[in-house]
Design a protein. Structure first.
Length: 431
């Protein structure tokens, strides 16, 4: 706002940059309250409580911002209000009575004891949440319990994974018969937030392999030659831990086209990555090391990384289908106070939404219900209307990606690299 002080403007920008920083948000709310901007302070306190439901400071600030009684200024005694004085008090007229304090403990118990249908239909089997955490560099995760069955929907992706990657790895006799080496590379590409990392973890679970995540921050180093050594050490770790899945996250950053890279250090990283993928440096090769990579922009990846014997197989990971969207929505609503939510309507309203978009829809609907509850002083459950309203406000984050990918599929599809993307765009009539 034009009349805001520089401090308020700076704090507003800081809160926007770090939405999960509860102490910073509460400090911002205190300043808003000091300037008499109570409604804005209530909104900030509500968001803080969403991130930290048990935060006593956030609750106290919410009470003060709403003008409710506090410990220093209690409400009238339970046995009834004090009689109005017949004459004004010496220091002026008595203040107007205030609303009763919002009882958070009672509200929590009220929500816990709710009885009634959470959804309009019986819950179906839900598959996974579409999300997964990243491992630190050289911190190899033991074989996990996540399997492809835990990935909601996406049957076409699972079938292609099975045929192109998993079946040869599961059948050692056939592999020996046909001279197939126990190594392989697969590039997952598609819009952001659609579960590529989760699928990579599921592949590791199917293979019974350890899992090692690598990103640009794990590799780059300011010292000459250190970045290349980091790449080598990562692959040496994977060879020692074989069978092991090495997951190269954001491959377009790690393996950008060398023709467009002006920094010699980044070009050397790509060269070292090519050497490790070939297994030349180790002498024993990459037997038992499975390389998976993910990128949102495969057209920015160095073409040498996609040659035979390296990341020579690609798989398009599209936004969740209807079955996957239902599973993801159930996951994000599983611990929230909801009532008679019509998942069928919500699934139809969220076509082309990524997994991250669906999580944002649930978060936005919960925030609206929480704010209403704080302002009214009574708990209001999240309804279908809240969720549909949130879905209407939020635009699918996949749309800009498809706009860019459309040009690539139409005019830069050398060797049929993007035939699957072209087929999807034709099905969706986006060509």
């Amino acid at each position: 706002m034009a009349d805001e002080s520089p401090l308020i403007r700076s704090l507003r920008a800081a809160v926007a940059a770090a939405p999960g920083d509860v102490p910073l948000r509460l400090h911002f709310a205190e300043l808003l309250l000091a300037e008499g901007r109570n409604d804005e302070a209530v909104a900030e306190a509500a968001v803080a409580l969403q991130h930290a439901p048990g935060d006593a400071a956030a609750r106290a600030l919410m009470v003060r911002a709403m003008g409710l009684p506090t410990a220093e200024h209690p409400a009238p005694a339970p046995d009834g209000p004090a009689p109005a004085p017949t004459t004004p008090a010496p220091d002026g007229p008595a203040p107007a009575p205030k609303a009763s304090s919002f009882d958070w403990d009672a509200a929590e118990q009220q929500v816990q004891d709710l009885v009634g249908p959470r959804f309009l239909e019986d819950p179906q089997a839900a598959d996974g949440d579409g999300t997964a955490g990243d491992a630190a560099a050289w911190d190899v995760d033991a074989p996990g319990a996540v399997r492809l069955a835990d990935v909601g929907g996406m049957e076409e992706v699972k079938d292609r994974l099975e045929a192109a990657f998993l079946a040869p790895m599961r059948n050692p006799e056939l592999r020996r018969l046909y001279g197939k080496s126990l190594r392989g590379g697969l590039l997952l590409y598609g819009p952001p937030g659609c579960g590529k990392t989760f699928i990579a973890r599921a592949v590791a679970g199917e293979l019974g392999a350890s899992f090692l995540t690598v990103s640009l921050s794990d590799v780059l180093d300011m010292w000459i030659g250190a970045s290349e050594k980091n790449i080598h050490d990562i692959f040496e770790t994977a060879r020692r831990q074989a069978p092991c899945v090495v997951f190269l996250d954001e491959l377009d950053a790690l393996g950008a086209k060398r023709s467009r890279t002006h920094h010699s250090g980044l070009r050397n990283v790509v060269n070292q990555l090519l050497t490790e993928l070939d297994g030349i440096a180790s002498g024993a090769g990459n037997e038992g090391v499975f390389v998976l990579a993910a990128t949102n922009v495969p057209w920015d990846v160095d073409i040498a990384l996609r040659r035979p014997g390296r990341l020579d197989r690609t798989l398009l990971v599209l936004p969740p289908d209807a079955t996957a969207r239902e599973a993801i929505l159930r996951y994000h609503l599983r611990e929230r106070p909801i009532e008679a939510v019509d998942l069928g309507k919500l699934v139809k309203a969220t076509e082309d939404f990524s997994g991250a978009d669906l999580a944002h829809v649930c978060e936005t609907a919960a925030e609206a219900a929480l704010l209403d509850s704080a302002r009214s002083g009574s708990v209001r459950l999240i309804t279908t209307k809240d969720l549909l309203g949130a879905a209407k406000q939020i635009k699918p984050s996949t749309e800009p990606w498809f706009a860019a990918a459309r040009n690539v599929a139409m005019f830069a599809n050398e060797g049929g690299l993007y035939d699957d993307l072209l087929a999807h765009l034709k099905r969706k009539r986006k060509l």
